[in-house]
Design a protein around this ligand. Sequence first.
Ligand code: GLU
Length: 383
Amino acid sequence: MTSSAVTAVPHPRPADRGVIANARRIVVKVGSSSLTSIKGGISEEAVTALADALAAKRNAGTEIILVSSGAIAAGLAPLGLAKRPRDLATQQAAASVGQGLLMARYTQAFGAHGVTVSQVLLTAEDLMRRSQHTNAFRALNRLVNLGVVPVVNENDTVATHEIRFGDNDRLAALVAHLVRADALVLLSDVDSLYDGPPSHGAKRIPLVEGPHDLEGVTIGKAGKAGVGTGGMTTKVEAATIAAGSGIHALVTSTPNAAAVLAGEDVGTWFTVNGARKPVRLLWLAHLASVRGQLILDDGAVKAVRHRHTSLLPAGISAVEGDFEAGDAVEMVSTDGTVIARGLVNYSAAELPQMLGRSTKELGKSLGRGYDREVVHVDDLVLV
Ligand code: GLU
């Protein structure tokens, strides 16, 4: 056999977990309940086991970005709190105490393998505004180029209710997208999705190729441990966001980390089913909290949905909600169907006088600045 015959070996199928074994860059997300308990705080063994698996992969040449929850949970014991607080201020305080402790553990555990870690705290705003996400991308990119494993968390101490991710699963999906990872691995205490309750002899779902594979599957809420937030729902959402925008995703349990990174057949694999999109549009489609609604007439619905144009004041028949310029709003048809989401260029107070009028006329009567579209096509995503 000649050497050229050897190169004729077929490539692994895209659904193949070998994508992870051979990845150049992977984002791994780990949940609070895998790392901490309310009573005991951070589990040294759990952090060490995870760091062992990730550091080995990093030392073998794969760039790793770790999105780690656990700051709030790690802060509970030192503050004498018996359960996860409900109010934002105490969550912020706990995160502020716990984040440093968590980083100290990671620094030590990765350091044992000669791997340096760094802390990167992000807010939703950092990922939605172009100047900021370019900046976050540059910093993360430089860190991984330097051989560092950045440890990312939401900046819980300063994040407010309105703009919080709240769960790190979707944060991880956006980070994976931002850094153009080849794969996103979501680790929690459940080893995979199942097609029914485990007590009824349910089978593992090894592969999800699109939403149809999840039809009829009941997805569990947050676990019993009481420290995590998202449960399987947010993991599936995050994996779906990733797969829909060009990144393979895998959902499994934390003790399976080394097996996943070796490309073994564990967990549930979400194969890519959509192309890469601008990160801002992903944020708009999946994460933005909507502040109001613009009711579109039939012509505007057609223009936005089929001709992919910007939304002009002439096509809006009513405005609902209380929003400022720059907020996210929904565009809705007269029968109440949501057509799109977008960033609006005017406040709810400014818009009523503009409805139904042409931009030319508005520019003339209200002045320059009022001749712009209400939602620019680049700030609009169809749903
Ligand atoms: N950012 C939160 C923390 O570190 C956790 C969010 C989540 O549970 O996903 O405690």
